[in-house]
Write a protein that binds this ligand. Structure first.
Ligand code: 13P
Length: 254
């Protein structure tokens, strides 16, 4: 079975002390992910090393960055390179979150470069895609998401795409409390998988984890994760509450 993943996206939240407390609170529940399950915490840059040292001994838990530079190194004040992430042992990086696309003007083309850099440095990208409300209301969501995939991922070879994790996050569901229905999530995930299958073949498409993100909560995670093409979730708000995120981990398919 492809990996079932519960990924926390802390975004720009929590002080160092709060972050430590939250991670401790989750780890002390001692939920043991199965061999096909993975728990990820996408934490702010200053906490990467601390968070990594906390989960290093825990089977099935790992830390992700929330972004990286599209430049290798050099005079780019304020940027963080994939080489830096690699050097502190980070193996995952969220890319193309809709907040980065919207507030920091990240384009599909820029994201293609970041994807390449991550893969070159052995970092698995969690590539986010998803449409705004207006796009969904006009019935264009399938074509819109397909173009995001084509523009940022279609240059990859079979081995490379197998290292990518995809997160479908409809923008209208992020932070709004308005979750996509299980049927809406399943329909889009099946579409994404069929796009991947057309490009790389069914075996490859079936090996790629596709997470759902957008108001995943302790009380709706199980229903969403039961869908055949939903391989877990990328969770914002509910990942900031230890008990809620623990319940979401427990809702993963096993
Ligand atoms: P919420 O879970 O707060 O809706 O955020 C989703 C998200 O953006 C995860 O990356």
């Amino acid at each position: 079975m492809r990996k079932q993943i519960a990924a926390a996206n802390w975004k720009m939240n929590l002080t160092y002390q709060q972050a430590e407390q939250l991670l401790d609170g989750i780890l002390q529940e001692k939920v043991a992910p199965g061999p096909d399950q993975q728990v990820l915490f996408a934490v702010p840059f200053p906490y990467l090393v601390l968070a990594k040292s906390e989960v290093d001994e825990e089977q099935g838990y790992a830390i992700a960055a929330q972004n990286c530079s599209d430049k290798v190194n050099g005079a780019y004040t304020g940027e963080t390179s994939v080489e830096m992430l690699q050097s502190v042992g980070i193996r995952y990086c969220v890319l193309g979150h809709s907040e980065r696309r919207e507030y920091f003007s990240e384009s599909n083309e820029l994201l293609a470069r970041k994807i390449d850099l991550c893969l070159e440095y052995g970092i698995q990208p969690l590539f986010c895609c998803g449409e705004a409300l207006q796009v969904r209301e006009s019935g264009q969501e399938a074509a819109y998401v397909q173009k995001q995939l084509e523009d940022s991922l279609f240059h990859l070879d079979d081995e490379q795409i197998r290292s990518v994790i995809i997160a479908y996050e409809p923008i209208w569901a992020i932070g709004t409390g308005k979750t996509a229905s299980a049927q809406q999530a399943q329909d889009m995930h099946a579409h994404i998988r069929s796009v991947l299958a057309q490009k790389w073949g069914k075996d490859t498409a079936d090996s790629i984890s596709i997470l759902y993100g957008g108001s995943v909560k302790a009380n709706n995670a199980a229903e969403l994760f039961t869908c055949p093409d939903v391989d877990g979730g990328l969770v914002g708000g509910a990942s900031l509450v230890a008990q809620d995120f623990v319940e979401i981990i427990k809702a993963l398919k096993s």
